[in-house]
Design a protein around this ligand. Structure first.
Ligand code: AMP
Length: 269
């Protein structure tokens, strides 16, 4: 089995939901740098959406996506249909213990079960040696790591740093749903992460920082902070302060005129 695997060309998998941007392309480039064959996937996975209108409004730009992938010399693109991915009645549900009860898991019930389901299917179909995910979806990466460990998927995971635009806004397919004024407002997510990081470094209580950040969001109509959390990088358990310099990560989710965005910042980076 091992001999067979090592004789074949190494395959790198980059799962996406399309509406590609430079963030996705850094995953493709990272995959190209350490594999013989790259498979990108574009699939807007219905089971990870807990809100029908979010699924409906999810940006789709297939022609442009294909051009971008060709330009990057991506070798293969897999675009399954819903029927291919979910032909049978679907009963399988995942529970990741403490990891999926906080933040994204708390505010998007069922989201990570859907993510784990689709990622498991993609791993089984593509059988990659390595799979590439963005740090932008930090909690998702921790969940997939646990999935791979517990189900013993023979795949190595890679996390790629967040790509931002010059204002600091993390690139996201959902940014396409924002007009120029909203894009300007959306920079508040990153600004608040930087603010919170600085204040923590100055020794300010995280509870107070949270209240200050919440205030900043309340000042502008159309903005709504869903959460700002300080968490342990590995367990995602909430922290009251960043006691150990290497321990913490700040994670944020907010609505900008109805469009939900997330971002995060590792404190020792
Ligand atoms: P999505 O198409 O939004 O599901 O994202 C597909 C992959 O791209 C996920 O692993 C994301 O974490 C990653 N990704 C999305 N945005 C960024 C970004 N700004 N920087 C780095 N990776 C990203």
């Amino acid at each position: 089995m091992q001999a067979k695997r090592s004789a074949k060309l190494s395959v790198g998998l980059v799962p996406t939901m399309g509406a590609l941007h430079q963030g996705h392309l850094t995953l493709i480039r990272a995959a190209l740098s350490e594999n013989n064959l790259i498979v990108a996937t574009i699939y807007v996975n219905p089971t990870q959406f807990n809100n029908a209108s979010d699924l409906d409004k999810y940006p789709r730009s297939l022609e442009a996506d294909i051009k971008m992938l060709e330009k990057e010399n991506c070798h293969a693109l897999f675009m399954p249909s819903d029927l291919e991915m979910y032909s049978d009645t679907q009963y399988l549900k995942f529970d990741f213990g403490d990891l999926d009860k906080v933040m994204e898991g708390r505010f998007r019930p069922g989201h990570f079960s859907g993510v784990a389901l689709v990622v498991s299917k993609l791993f089984n179909i593509v059988q990659p040696d390595k799979a590439y995910f963005g740090q932008k979806d930090y909690q998702q990466f921790q969940i997939i790591q646990r999935l791979v460990t517990e189900l013993k998927f023979p795949v190595e995971l890679r996390s790629v740093p967040i790509v931002r635009d010059p204002t600091g806004l993390a690139l996201s397919s959902r940014n396409q749903r924002l007009n120029e004024a909203d894009l300007n407002k959306a920079t508040l997510l990153h600004e608040c992460l930087v603010y919170a990081k600085d204040k923590l470094a100055q020794g300010e209580e995280f509870d107070l920082i949270k209240r200050e950040v919440s205030q900043k969001f309340n000042e502008d109509e159309g903005l709504e902070l869903e959460y700002l959390e300080l968490a342990d990088k590995m367990t995602l358990a909430p922290l009251e302060k960043n006691t150990h310099p290497n321990q913490g990560i700040l994670l944020i989710a907010a609505y900008i005129n109805g469009v939900r965005l997330i971002d995060n910042m590792i404190l020792d980076q």
